[in-house]
Design a protein around this ligand. Structure first.
Ligand code: AMP
Length: 578
């Protein structure tokens, strides 16, 4: 006996489940099926997409259907056409060995007459989107007087989509005495209100930890300025040549724009949002399911209920306002024991959102730097080489062409041929990334900017200070300023010229700040070394302002700070060999 049979599921249905490979019930099924197979209790279930809830409510519904009559006995409402079709298809699969059981899907955007004919023929279970269902009720094409079970699936999403009135209208058409089951991924106040209104002392179940994301999903965020957002997306895609994921945007317009840009840039991508016709949406979904599309750029609403397994990445091109939506988005990867990555591109104003999400998720994000052009090129190159190494060679098929191919290439030696093949595939990346500058996080570029803003023209009264840290210590202009900031507890002391040398450096401040600086650095360590500051015997730069390049170089180019070759020779003397 398998576990479903032990739970009291009919052998015909178990047979259907086995053909689908369902051997063990999933947790939501383990909890809900016994409740729904026995008694009449209502059910309030907090369960996310992908947890197996279709079978949790579907199996008991099918088992209770009386096929000796044609009347409709169960009604399932779901927010989108895709989900509606998916549920109906699943129920048909579970019940394929039950003779004469009819499931009908009715949804908007499809021919209503065909659906009316379906209802007339008799559907034991109707799976519907709320708008179309109410339309059919108003046209008096339904008879729900024998409905004994109503399921509100993805109830939170139906409310988000503004279906409240439709739900009220539909439920008013069903008998008072029935079982109501409400499934929702989140439990906002409106849902509790709805449960209160429509349900009678429901049994409550929660699948997995409440609001927790899947365990095998790792969460990574990148800080990006808005202008770099798209470039960052491309780098992430390029760093992951086997990507198969959903890119979430907040609006239909952005969704289309991002998809268009990706398509223009030769990525395998397309858009899915509510402005597309149903036929277009079906076409896109078909491509995505068949893995002919690597990146589906979608709005939350359009992507609801999409059940595509094996997604490697969820990319939050724009973070949603509600942390629950993030959790929902990220839950589309890392399914069926596979690992998944949920990526967030976070603009300068949304950094706080990460904390909120972490709190809800009960998990930490890892912050990562946008890959550099060089990293992307390396990844692509090795991916290509790996593919060359592992490709299946069909000797039979290519055999007849090979002698002419060898002849054509006979002038080239092995090394040249390899270079040519690699270049053929790889030039696109090299060309794009050759001169690509790094994408710097806005907080860092701001920090640098602020640092640079604090650099000022040298003035009379400036003093040149020696510090026993240099480039060997990985000291940079921003890190030196950060160090001064930290040591002086953010007194924002204006800093003049900085000369970064190999083993030590110089910086200039007004004499009024020297004491505080010297004091502040008494007990400061940097990377494990005690920091030493002394007044240098070399004159500060205002004395040789005739070096007109100094400020310009100092401000605009990192290298400009390093004109201190001159100063190093003279001032620090023996300190050079510390
Ligand atoms: P759902 O949340 O109903 O959309 O289901 C999520 C995925 O899990 C679907 O691909 C189902 O086919 C699959 N599934 C549901 N129940 C089981 C089960 N007991 N064993 C294996 N796969 C299942």
């Amino acid at each position: 006996m398998n576990k479903f049979e032990e739970m009291g599921v009919n052998p015909e249905i178990v047979r259907g489940l086995v053909t689908l490979g369902y051997e063990q019930p999933m947790p939501v099924q383990e909890q809900a099926i016994p409740i729904l197979l026995e008694g009449n209790n209502d059910l309030l279930a907090l369960a996310q997409t992908g947890t197996g809830k279709t079978a949790a409510f579907g199996i008991p519904i099918l088992q209770h259907v009386n096929t000796s009559t044609k009347v409709t006995q169960a009604l399932i409402l779901s927010p989108t056409r895709e989900l509606c079709m998916q549920i109906a298809g699943d129920l048909e699969n579970y019940s394929r060995y039950i003779k004469g059981l009819n499931v009908l899907a009715v949804y908007g955007g499809a021919n209503i007459d065909i659906q009316i004919r379906g209802l007339k023929r008799g559907a034991h279970v109707v799976v519907a989107t709320p708008g179309r269902m109410l339309d059919l009720i108003r046209r008096k094409q339904t008879d729900f007087s024998n409905v004994n079970t109503v399921v509100l699936d993805e109830a939170d999403e139906m409310l988000n989509m503004g279906f409240r009135d439709e739900l009220n209208g539909i439920l008013a058409e069903t008998p008072d005495k029935k079982r109501t089951c409400l499934f929702s991924a989140t439990m906002p106040k409106e849902i509790s209100g709805m449960a209160h209104k429509y349900m009678n002392d429901p049994e409550e179940i929660t699948v997995g930890a409440r609001n927790k994301g899947a365990d095998n999903v790792s969460h990574v965020y990148y800080m990006v300025s808005n202008k770099d957002r798209y470039k960052a997306l491309k780098r992430i895609a390029d760093m992951n040549p086997d990507i198969n994921g959903i890119v979430f945007c907040r609006t239909r317009k952005n969704t289309q724009e991002v998809a268009d840009l990706l398509i223009q840039d030769s990525y395998s991508a397309d858009a899915l949002h509510g402005d597309l016709s149903q036929a277009q949406r079906d076409y896109v979904m078909q491509k995505f399911r068949r893995k002919n599309l690597r990146m589906l750029v979608a709005t939350d609403v359009a992507a609801r209920g999409i059940d595509v397994s094996d997604l490697t990445h969820i990319i939050n091109y724009e973070l949603p306002d509600d942390p629950e939506t993030y959790i929902h988005r990220s839950g589309r990867t890392g399914r069926a024991g596979k690992r998944g990555i949920s990526v967030a591109l976070v603009g300068p104003k949304r950094r706080h959102s990460i904390k909120h999400i972490e709190n809800k998720l009960g998990k930490k994000f890892e912050r990562a730097a946008i890959p550099t052009g060089k990293q992307v090129c390396e990844r692509q190159l090795f991916h290509l080489i790996d593919r060359v190494d592992k490709v299946d060679v069909n000797e039979e098929l290519i055999g007849e062409y090979m002698s002419s191919v060898f002849k054509k290439l006979e002038e080239l030696d092995r090394e040249t041929i390899i270079k040519h093949f690699v270049s053929l595939e790889f030039n696109r990346f090299l060309d794009y990334y050759r001169d690509a500058s790094d994408i710097v996080a806005p907080d860092e570029s701001n920090r640098n900017k602020n640092s640079r803003d604090r650099l000022r023209v040298a003035r009379e009264g400036d003093v040149r200070l020696f510090i026993n840290l240099g480039k060997m210590d990985k000291l940079t202009v921003p890190s030196l300023i950060g160090l001064i900031n930290d040591a002086t507890r953010r007194k924002n002391i204006p800093i003049g010229k900085i000369d970064l040398l190999k083993n030590f450096s110089f910086f200039e401040v007004n004499e009024a700040h020297v004491d505080i600086l010297m004091k502040s650095f008494k007990r400061v360590h940097y990377k494990g070394r005690k920091v030493n500051i002394e007044i240098s015997d070399k004159a500060p730069s205002y004395n040789h302002r005739s070096h007109s390049g100094h400020r310009k170089g100092g401000r605009n180019s990192g290298g400009g700070y390093n004109d201190g070759g001159r100063s190093s020779g003279r001032s620090a003397g023996g300190r050079r060999s510390r």
